[in-house]
Write a protein of this length. Structure first.
Lengths: 153, 447
């Protein structure tokens, strides 16, 4: 069941108006994990990620192999192989490289990390299904920061 | 502060912590960029925020100007403080910061280019009327023998892209010069990306005396006195002090005036250090180089002038005038700093990384300790071995030495090897007490 941006906004609105602080829904091909007010970073520090972020226009270069770490619950974490600005799509308005529920192969591009106008594509490094996306589009991610959680096939 | 509200600290260890503390005192927020090995460091914990910019090796983190600028922009910083070492004197970082609208806390990239080219810096000093050592650039087609005969043996073969004691070789005669030149060129090309080398007279009874200068963006340049850093091993300083002991007042006046003249002539901005060699026998002095950074040994100048030099850097970078004239720089007492390093002196000074099972610095009057370490801290193997700087400040030189000796005796450190015993034997030595130290002394008399 592919969700539109409209659908996600509607879901978030409903959650926002409810009393729950955390919600996890998982069905076939769909997973949602929302945590309210749990940002670990002081929002006063760092600019808020904007939806209309600069377009990663140039051809991305492959990044160093990202480490896909296995965690205790059997899920693999794709971490940032470098510090930079995290982009879920090739350009604003384009479809994200991956969505929750999507199957990835080791060489599936999952995101781009920009360092000083250099676009570095990051591959999954693991076979499985994306169950969670941690980083927000156009936000600074640090080296080693968890980006995606994948349930290995 | 008008422009600077949040500073990105592009360094580690004690200097990163020093910068964080200076910013905090001025109400400036800090973001520390760490490597993977330094995530739990004290500077990262004390800062408002820390971001990991890359893996442990410095070449993949602390030496990456692209990551530093990206991280500074991404965390909403408006300035970058590079500390010392790593990218502190990189014109590339300074230019990249400026191009991206960030304030670089240091001189402009053009000045750093000139200062980093030791031949251009020599020329600039000579033009400003500052004495330079007899010397000459030796290109691949030049007659090195003719130049060397004019300079006289022994002489130094230096890399134009070197500095800070790197890229220097001693030739005692014509044969050694022939052997060294080709090697020096290829090493210089590999280490500095610049194969130019030059010959310079070697002063065998050399004292290393440097002058702290400060220049604002409105044309004011002052000096903050000199430091003597003659206790060195392989050009690396171990003990530094201010003022320089037994320095002829006329020489002191000449050094400080020339440092200001040179800084003015090259359009220097922010804090810098003009290094001189003083011939202990003849009393002559010569320009060596200018360093575009806060120095490791800056606390001794802070002690005797009563001024916070890192705060001064921030004020200058923010566009403020110095706020004081040369006649308001007054000196009080004597200050000596020693560097406590995690190294195994008995095994050729190899670094001694590890976990500090015990580390407690004494809390004495007249003593300041700059350190990023505490018991349980890990000294990673990737970086320099500086653990702490102990700075004593007292009325006279003898009393200052005594404060430092007592502090070193009372220091508790276990888990790694340190150079403590070496530093104690330096401070307790008669030659040091008499202030009769030249740059070859440590290796000749102690090691």
């Amino acid at each position: 069941m592919p969700l539109s941006d409209e659908d996600i906004r509607e879901i978030l609105r409903i959650i926002d108006e409810s009393d729950v602080t955390e919600l996890r829904i998982q069905t076939d091909g769909f997973a949602l994990h929302v945590v309210k007010g749990a940002r670990t970073l002081d929002p006063a520090l760092g600019p808020a990620p904007t939806e209309q972020s600069p377009a990663p226009a140039t051809e991305p270069t492959p990044a160093a192999k990202p480490p896909a770490r296995a965690s205790d619950d059997g899920l693999a974490t794709i971490t940032a192989p470098m510090l930079g600005t995290f982009y879920r799509a090739e350009a604003p308005g384009k479809r994200p490289f991956v969505e929750v529920g999507q199957r990835v192969e080791p060489d599936t591009i999952v995101c781009i990390i920009e360092v000083m106008k250099m676009m570095n594509s990051v591959t999954a490094g693991v076979v499985g299904t994306v169950v969670q996306i941690f980083a927000a589009n156009a936000e600074l991610v640090e080296y080693g920061q968890p980006l995606f959680e994948v349930e290995p096939a | 502060m008008k422009r600077i509200k949040r500073v990105f600290v592009a360094n580690r260890g004690e200097i990163a912590l020093r910068i964080v503390n200076a910013c905090e005192a001025l109400g400036i927020e800090t973001v520390v960029g760490t490597s993977d090995a330094d995530r739990d460091g004290l500077a990262a914990c004390r800062a408002d925020r820390a971001v990991c910019i890359g893996p442990a090796p410095a070449s993949e983190s602390y030496l990456r100007d692209d990551l530093v600028v990206q991280a500074a922009l991404g965390t909403g910083c408006d300035a970058i403080h590079p500390g010392y070492g790593f990218l502190a004197e990189s014109p590339k970082l300074a230019a990249r910061a400026r191009d991206n609208g960030l304030v670089f806390i240091g001189p402009p990239p053009e000045v750093m280019e000139l200062s980093g080219d030791k031949l251009r810096a020599r020329d600039g000093a000579a033009r400003a009327g500052v004495p330079v050592l007899p010397g000459q650039e030796i290109g691949p087609d030049h007659d090195a023998h003719e130049a060397a005969d004019r300079i006289g043996y022994p002489l130094l073969v230096k890399a134009a892209g070197g500095g800070g004691g790197r890229g220097i070789k001693l030739a005692r005669d014509r044969d050694e010069l022939d052997d060294l030149l080709t090697l020096a060129r290829s090493e210089a090309a590999a280490a500095f990306g610049d194969e130019r080398v030059y010959l310079e007279r070697f002063v065998s009874t050399a004292r290393h005396v440097e002058v702290q200068v400060a220049a604002d963006e409105h044309g004011s340049v002052v000096h903050l006195g000199e430091r003597d850093c003659s206790v060195q091993r392989r050009y690396q300083k171990v003990v530094e002090e201010a003022p320089a002991p037994n320095l002829d007042p006329a020489t002191r006046n000449a050094l400080t005036a020339e440092a200001v003249a040179f800084a003015t002539a090259i359009g220097y901005r922010n804090l810098g250090t003009v290094e001189f060699v003083v011939d202990a026998d003849s009393g002559e002095h010569f320009f060596l180089e200018i360093n575009c950074r806060i120095q490791v040994e800056h606390p001794v100048t802070e002690a005797v002038t009563g001024r916070d030099l890192v705060a001064l850097q921030l004020h200058i970078a923010d566009g403020e005038p110095l706020g004081f004239g040369q006649n308001e720089v007054v000196f009080d007492g004597h200050a000596i700093e020693c560097r406590l390093n995690a190294e195994d002196v008995a095994r050729g000074f190899v670094p001694s990384p590890g976990t500090l099972s015990l580390f407690a610095v004494p809390n004495h009057s007249h003593l300041r300790v700059d350190t990023h370490l505490c018991a349980g801290a890990v000294i990673p193997p990737y970086y320099d071995s500086l653990m702490a700087k102990l700075i004593a400040h007292a009325e006279g030189r003898d009393a200052t030495i005594d404060v430092l000796l007592e502090a070193l005796e009372d220091l508790d450190v276990e888990g790694v090897e340190t150079n403590r015993a070496l530093v104690i034997s330096v401070l307790a030595h008669d030659d040091f007490r008499r202030g009769a130290i030249t740059t070859d002394w440590l290796e000749r008399a102690i090691v």
